[in-house]
Structure formats: C-alpha cells, structure tokens
Write a protein that binds this ligand. Structure first.
Ligand code: NDP
Length: 281
C-alpha cells in the first residue's frame, strides 16, 4: 500500500502535500473537460490534494475545471490560484480574487499568488493580499517567478513577512535556483513550489534520465519528481490530464532516492556553480 505523501509546512504552520496537481492548459476545450476533471479527481483520491491553478489559464477555464473537480470535497483540498500582474492593483487584486472564487465555486483560496511581477507597485498588491487574508477570502498569499532581489523587496514591505511561498521554474534541467534563491527561502521557511517539474514533458525524452529510470525500474517522470521530492522545502505540481499518468506521478512520492542515486543525477544534470538569473516560462 502506498504511504501518505510527505507534507511541507508553510510559514503559518499549515501542512500541505509535497506533491500536488498542476492545471495549465486545462479548460481550453470542451471536449477534454471531462477527462481533465477525472484526472484531477484521480489525483485527489490518491492524496495529491494540493491543486495549483490561475485566472490566466484558459482565461478562467482551468479554475472552472478545478471547481468542478473539487465540488463536494472542498475540505480535502489545498487550493492555490494566482492573480495576473495586470490585475494586481489595490482594487484589481480584490476583484480578481472574487472572480476566481466564483469560478472555483468556493469561498476561500488557501494560497493566492502574484503570478509574476508587473507594473503595479508591489506594495499595493501586498496591501490587497493582506486585506483578503484578514477577510478570510484567502488563507495565505505568496509570489511566483520572484528572484532573490524581488524576494528581498517583497519581504521588506509592511505585511511582507507574511509571504508564504514562491512558485518558480524548477526541475532537473533548470537548477539555477539551488545556488542562491533556495537557501534564502529555506532560511525563512518559505517553500519553493516547483512548476514545470517535468520541464513540460521535455525532460522525459532525456536519454540519460531514461536509462537511469529503466535501471531503477521506475519511469523517467517518477525519477524527475523523486529528485524534487528529496528536497525538504519543495512542493512539486506536475500537470497531467490522464488519470493513469497522475497515478504514475503519485507513486514518485513513495520513492526515496539514495545519496548515490542523487549524485548520479548531479552528473547528468549538474547543479549551478554560480548565481544565475531566474529562468521562467
Ligand atoms: P509539467 O512539467 O508538469 O509537464 C506537463 C506535461 O507533461 C504535459 O504535457 C503532460 O501531458 C506531461 N506528463 C505529465 N505526467 C506525465 C507522465 N507521467 N508521463 C509522460 N508525460 C507526462 O509542466 P507544466 O508547465 O504544466 O507545469 C506544472 C504546473 O505548474 C502547471 O500545470 C501550472 O499549474 C504550474 N505552472 C506555473 C507557472 C507559473 O508561472 N507560476 C508556469 C508554468 C506552470 P498529459 O497532460 O497529456 O499527461
């Protein structure tokens, strides 16, 4: 029997599973909606109860799919959504959140992120996040695609100490954050949410990864995810619209890589040796 998925603790003490579900590209066509809902429900059934979505994805369509997938079981879910930078003014953030709540069919988003930094002053976005938090419409707030400098800037703002997560591009072939950003976040117990953990599927065609996974009797996706799950402060959010692949991804949380296996991955995908600009999709 599979074990429970290990949890990661947010700064406010909430425990969330280290492996969740992405939703980018869901809700783009009516024909695939049923399959997407089934895939998300298969993930929830096997403990992947953190769902990551955004108002941007399919212009709200992914939030609607998510809302349908969690109907009747909202209490099991840790729900993450994001405000677009163009909406992230003092008033715009509140309005965007209310529209997301409607599409999601819920009264609360557990973690609400600024999708990336835009033209609105960060101070205004943080003020709006704090207002949403105090009114209970969100449980916590965080950021996405923030490098170390932007993290320092947000933390220095009034209320900035409440930033609860930074969602960034992180996978075996994109390890730049390990040099500076990850240690900075770990020191402050701010989790990294690793987006595109399979490099949007590209990693799965890497010959070295395929070979090593074959030797271990696991799939390349499982090996790529197990690498991320070996890190304490990381939450991985792979997306799949197939219940079978969701279950395959879920099994990665039961794989404990040895230090030799992690060293072999370092040979295949060398860690950064210097500070790198933050990569994003
Ligand atoms: P992923 O790295 O999760 O890869 C998704 C792709 O891999 C899909 O094509 C999927 O196809 C395929 N896939 C998934 N599991 C398997 C498997 N076991 N075997 C083979 N193929 C597989 O990419 P995403 O960009 O979707 O990132 C994950 C999530 O992170 C997003 O969905 C989104 O929620 C978030 N994100 C956030 C960003 C941000 O700026 N904050 C930017 C990008 C993503 P299929 O569905 O057919 O299985």
């Amino acid at each position: 029997m599979s074990q429970l998925i290990r949890t990661v603790t947010l700064p406010d003490g909430s425990q969330v599973p280290a492996l969740g579900l992405g939703t980018w590209h869901m809700g783009e066509s009516r024909g695939s909606a049923e399959a997407e809902i089934r895939a998300l429900q298969a993930g929830i059934d096997c403990g992947m109860t953190l769902i990551d979505t955004a108002e941007m994805y399919a212009s709200g369509g992914a939030e609607e799919i998510t809302g349908k997938a969690i109907r009747g079981r909202r209490d099991e879910i840790f729900l993450v959504s994001k405000v677009l930078p163009s909406n992230a003014s003092r008033q715009g953030t509140i309005a965007a959140c209310e529209a997301s709540l409607k599409r999601l069919g819920t009264e609360r988003i557990d973690l609400y992120l600024l999708h990336w930094r835009g033209r609105h002053p960060l101070r205004d976005t943080v003020e709006a996040f704090e207002q949403l938090r105090k009114s209970g419409k969100i449980g916590a707030w965080g950021v996405s695609n923030f490098d170390s400098l932007a993290m320092r800037q947000v933390s220095a703002l009034p209320g900035g100490e409440n930033c609860a997560a930074n969602q960034v591009l992180y996978n075996l072939s994109t390890r730049g954050i390990e040099f500076e950003l990850m240690p900075w976040l770990a020191e402050r117990s701010i989790p990294v949410m690793a987006y595109s953990p399979l490099d949007e599927g590209r990693l799965l065609r890497h010959p070295g990864l395929g070979k090593m996974a074959g030797r271990l009797g696991i799939s390349p996706a499982q090996l790529a995810l197990a690498f991320l799950l070996a890190r304490d402060n990381v939450i991985a959010i792979p997306k799949s619209s197939s219940p079978e692949r969701v279950k395959e991804n879920r099994a990665s949380a039961d794989i404990a890589l040895t230090s030799e296996q992690l060293a072999e991955l370092d040979q295949l995908f060398p860690p950064p040796r210097s500070r790198q600009p933050l990569e994003m999709i």
